[in-house]
Design a protein around this ligand. Structure first.
Ligand code: NAI
Ligand code: MG
Length: 500
């Protein structure tokens, strides 16, 4: 199957594949849940059921963790770094070769327009794995001179942390699963991976491809299931050494609680309420479309979405009209249409949440410049929306909406970097920020003052595996990606040998 295969043929291959429910991958075997239970996943652009998958419970999580432990202590510990790199690269190749089918799966299960499933999900997963594969052969310890009397050889080993539970949300299932698997495997860990209940299908396929790539049994285990059952069991499990989680701040707190039992290491990539600053001297031809896509892309279901806009008063009307124009122009609709730019939200629950926020903004006195409601017809579509006249006290200014809703505020030419940073830092989050100005001094002054895990100046774009990803404050703990990301899957061991 390739890009030339007609869509009907691809869709019937998809339906054929999902006539039988998806299973769990535990210790190299595909199994039903011990309870026999399954649950359905749907296409958010129609609300129709797509497939059933196994609903893992505590017993299944126990079995998956035991398999991961066995592989960690056994076969996987003997696999050399270059072989780990080869296997991760092989998985990347298999994903690339299966790219069209995976993109279709992601489009149907997540509600992502097909052009983005190809680029972001498949392209992102492949890029992540290839980047992370490179780390397998580059993990280094240290030798350290110590000051104790006598002659010593002291060195620091960097060892894999152990069995890792990886809990992924529904907004970028394939790319995020790859971004979590890659560094864990490169570092020599074994994994129990849990996709979100709304979007399990591409992860099941990913697990099949991992087996095909030749990872020894038990190195990658995959359990589909609900957060409150399978997710909670994994987070609380006494034999899991680390949890890597991406999702809501609320669930992040539950994971911190659950980790206390055995002092698990945790990395948390949580929510955001990221500011975009547009100054009067900015290149508005670039800044306006970037600010619009920064919030409307993926219907705003992006942790780093630019959801708060601060625009200098001299250009505010022009910028807001430009963004509103894009909101009207962007094609919202059927996800299989190659021209579609904006798809639905992932679920009826998210639709209620996002429309609830728009309503609350109205009630608190914000005005709707464009959009403002759900789109008629089937599926969980919301119109790209801009709220103006917002105040810092409003819930829409403080809380993560996770929908295509921009809240805009004007700032004055007299505002300095301290004042602007205070605006940027006014929420509990600190994930990302974007600054548009030709004044490089101001750009860097503001970048320094923002409590934000990343800052982008005069440009836009997504996650890059080379850059640390994560946040200050309630946006999380630790960083994924880059050198920090691989090190987060390691423990340090200081060894000292008396030489005399
Ligand atoms: P969630 O955080 O509850 O779900 C994310 C993952 O955590 C899923 O795999 C889920 O099964 C699992 N999970 C849920 N409860 C768990 C528990 N007690 N223990 C272990 N795992 C658990 O997010 P949800 O409810 O799907 O979305 C709610 C809000 O979260 C969104 O509106 C958005 O604001 C935020 N969110 C942020 C994401 C990000 O990229 N940072 C991604 C998804 C959601
Ligand atoms: Mg789905």
């Amino acid at each position: 199957m390739n890009a030339q295969t007609p869509i009907e043929t691809r869709l019937s291959a998809f339906r054929e594949r999902w006539q039988t429910p998806g299973k769990l991958l535990i210790g190299g075997e595909w199994r039903e849940a011990a309870s026999g239970e399954t649950f359905a996943t749907e296409d958010p652009s129609t609300g129709d059921k797509l497939a059933d998958v196994a609903s893992a419970g505590e017993a299944d999580v126990d079995a998956a963790v035991a398999a991961a432990r066995k592989a960690f202590e056994g076969s996987w510990s003997k696999v050399k770094p270059d072989e780990r790199a080869r296997l991760i690269n092989k998985l990347a190749d298999l994903i690339e070769a299966d790219g069209e089918a995976l993109a279709l799966t992601e489009t149907l299960d997540v509600g992502r327009p097909i052009q983005f499933s190809r680029m972001i999900d498949v392209g992102g997963a492949v890029g992540q794995l290839r980047y992370q594969a490179g780390w397998a052969t580059k993990i280094q310890g240290e030798t350290n001179e110590i000051s104790a009397p006598g002659e010593w050889l002291s060195y620091v080993l960097r060892e894999p942390v152990g069995v890792v539970g990886q809990i992924v949300p529904w907004n970028f299932p394939l790319a995020m699963a790859a971004a979590k698997l890659g560094p864990a495997l490169a570092a020599g860990c074994t994994v129990v991976l849990k996709p979100a209940e709304q979007t399990p299908l591409s992860t099941i396929r990913l697990a099949e491809l991992a087996l095909e790539a030749g990872f020894p049994e038990g190195v990658i285990n995959m359990v589909t299931g609900f957060g409150r059952t399978a997710g909670a069991a994994l987070a609380a499990h006494p034999d899991v050494d680390k949890i890597a989680f991406t999702g809501s701040t609320q669930t992040g707190r539950a994971i911190i609680e659950a980790s206390k039992s055995n002092f698990k290491r945790i990395s948390l990539e949580l929510g955001g309420k990221s500011p975009t600053f547009i100054f009067a001297d900015a290149d508005l031809k670039k800044a306006i479309p970037a600010a619009a896509m920064g919030i409307f892309f993926n219907a705003g279901q992006v942790c780093a979405a630019g959801s708060r806009l601060f625009v200098q008063e001299d250009v505010a009307d022009q910028v807001l009209e430009g963004i509103a124009g894009m909101a009207r122009m962007l094609r919202v609709g059927q996800t299989l249409d190659p021209e579609t730019m904006i798809g639905p939200l992932v679920s009826a629950q998210q639709l209620d949440r996002v429309t609830g926020y728009i309503e609350s903004g109205r009630n608190e006195g914000a005005s709707v410049l464009v959009g403002g409601g759900r789109k008629d017809g089937p599926g969980w579509f919301v119109e790209p929306t801009v709220l103006v006249d917002t105040e810092a006290s409003m819930a829409v200014r403080r809380e993560e909406i996770f929908g295509p809703v921009l809240v805009a505020t004007r700032f004055s030419s007299a505002d300095d970097a301290d004042r602007l940073a205070a605006l940027g830092n006014e929420t509990e989050y600190g994930l990302n920020a974007t600054i548009w100005t030709r004044d490089i001094g101001m750009a860097h002054r503001l970048a320094r003052r923002l409590k934000s895990g990343s800052v982008r100046i005069n440009g836009a774009g997504g996650v890059d595996p080379a850059l640390p990803l994560g946040g200050y404050k309630a946006s999380g703990w630790g960083r994924e990606n880059g050198k920090a990301g691989i090190e987060a899957y390691t423990e340090l061991k200081a060894v000292s040998v008396a030489l005399d």
